[in-house]
Design a protein around this ligand. Structure first.
Ligand code: SF4
Length: 425
């Protein structure tokens, strides 16, 4: 069958774990606290990934568990309860406490679901305690958000109201703009998961139509469907084309006339085309290799190929949910190599032999590749940046054109010196 070539590989991986998603989740829900139950390594990761963003009291922390035998487990449960109790006494503004599991063996032995149950009983509704895993064994970094949202789904109240539910963290300003556009299309009841306040959970039921804003929310989508919501199939809202199709899918479900959709979105598409122009000049004809990390790779590849004229060497993704990604796969050129999973050594060999103009990869791989003269883009930056929607298409393209421009500027200086400095792309 025509379409991209779907491949699979497994082996050593080089990706962040699901704990990383706390960095954007804690910004989205300022009344929630994320207590990582983990080791010093976990504390270190969270501090270095998010530490620079702390301006006031942090809204995440790590309960560090040292090596214990099974006999010491009862103490560990008590210790965890004590840490949680102390935290909640000290910080009465916390409304939801997420207990986040990790991968050290002593944490795996702890039953965090039971701990959440115990604390919920004790706190009698003053604070909601939920648990999920951010373990590097089970999750890559964006899957932490899937785990957190999936843990919230059973707590959503039921409602038959006709509404559109946007699922996945968006920057507040982007969300406001999208809600305004849906309103202009005639879709007036739009809610979000995660909400801006953790206590303001949206209701859910057979009148709910879900638009996923992120491609990595497989488990959350499954649970929402089980609760009666309809999950729309659409390209993801990255780039002008994808964002338009994403909004049009909702408009279609709400029976908005196509003329109205055209009237509201045409001026935005025109603006986006102009905003893309300078970046297209840099990106067109350039070859890009996307290593698997965020699960955003397929929509990004579709945007970069169709709207920016880039050539796709290989599109990696940590996991491929074929059903959820069917609309994206259909938009990729026939024969595009889509690689699910990772064998990092083999992938790096393919990067070296294909010599692409740009590689999208994790931070750990970026500096070594730059040192070899290969231009890179950190995939984590794409999760932290407000890139969703038609209006953001130019900014999204700039994230890719910037490192290429930068490489052009430093190229003459780079080679004579023969040295490369750590990059901040
Ligand atoms: S959860 Fe596992 S992979 Fe993540 S920081 Fe902790 S030890 Fe490392």
């Amino acid at each position: 069958m025509a379409g991209p070539t779907l491949l699979k590989e497994s082996g050593p991986r080089e990706v962040f774990c699901g704990l990383t998603s706390i960095v954007w989740l804690h910004r989205r829900m300022p009344d929630a606290f994320f207590l990582v139950v983990g080791s010093r390594t976990c504390a270190h990761l969270i501090q270095s990934a998010a530490g620079v963003m702390i301006f006031a009291e942090p809204r995440f922390g790590t309960a560090i568990l040292n090596e214990r035998d099974l006999a010491g487990l009862a103490d560990a449960q008590e210790e965890l309860d004590r840490v949680a109790r102390e935290l909640l006494q000290r910080r009465p503004e916390i409304k939801t406490l997420f207990l986040v599991g990790s991968c050290p063996s002593e944490v795996i032995k702890l039953d965090l679901a039971r701990a959440a149950e115990r604390l919920n009983e004790e706190l009698q509704g003053q604070v909601r305690v939920v648990n999920y895993s951010g373990s590097g064994i089970e999750t890559t970094f964006t899957q932490g958000e899937d785990g957190a949202l999936a843990a919230l789904v059973p707590m959503l109240p039921s409602s038959d109201e006709r509404q559109l539910l946007l699922v996945g963290t968006l920057a507040d300003a982007v969300e406001d703009r999208l809600v305004n556009l849906f309103d202009r299309l005639g879709i007036h009841c739009v809610r979000s998961l995660p909400p801006r306040q953790s206590t303001d959970l949206p209701a859910l039921g057979p009148g709910t139509t879900v638009l996923l804003t992120q491609p990595y929310l497989t488990e959350t989508a499954r649970l929402l469907k089980d609760r009666g919501a309809k999950i729309l199939k659409a390209p993801f809202p990255l780039g002008a084309e994808g964002s338009r199709a994403w909004m049009a899918a909702a408009a279609d479900d709400f029976q908005v006339p196509s003329d109205t959709v055209a009237d509201v979105l045409a001026p935005l598409m025109e603006r986006a085309s102009k905003a893309l122009e300078p970046h297209r000049k840099v990106l067109a004809g350039k070859r890009i290799f996307l290593l698997p990390e965020s699960q955003l790779e397929l929509p990004l590849a579709r945007f970069l190929q169709r709207e920016c004229g880039m050539e796709l060497v290989e599109v990696g993704t940590p996991y491929l949910n074929r059903e959820q990604m069917s609309e994206e796969l259909a938009l990729l050129p026939v024969g595009t190599a889509v690689m699910e999973g990772q064998h990092v050594e083999q992938q790096l060999d393919r990067v070296r032999s294909s010599q692409p103009d740009l590689v999208v990869c994790g931070m750990g791989l970026a500096n070594p590749l730059e040192a070899e003269g290969i231009t890179t883009k950190w995939s984590i930056e794409l999760v932290f940046s407000p890139i969703h929607g038609i209006d953001q298409a130019g900014d999204l393209a700039e994230l890719f054109s910037r490192p290429l421009r930068r490489r052009q500027l430093i190229q003459p200086a780079l080679h004579p010196a023969g040295s490369v400095h750590p990059i901040h792309n």
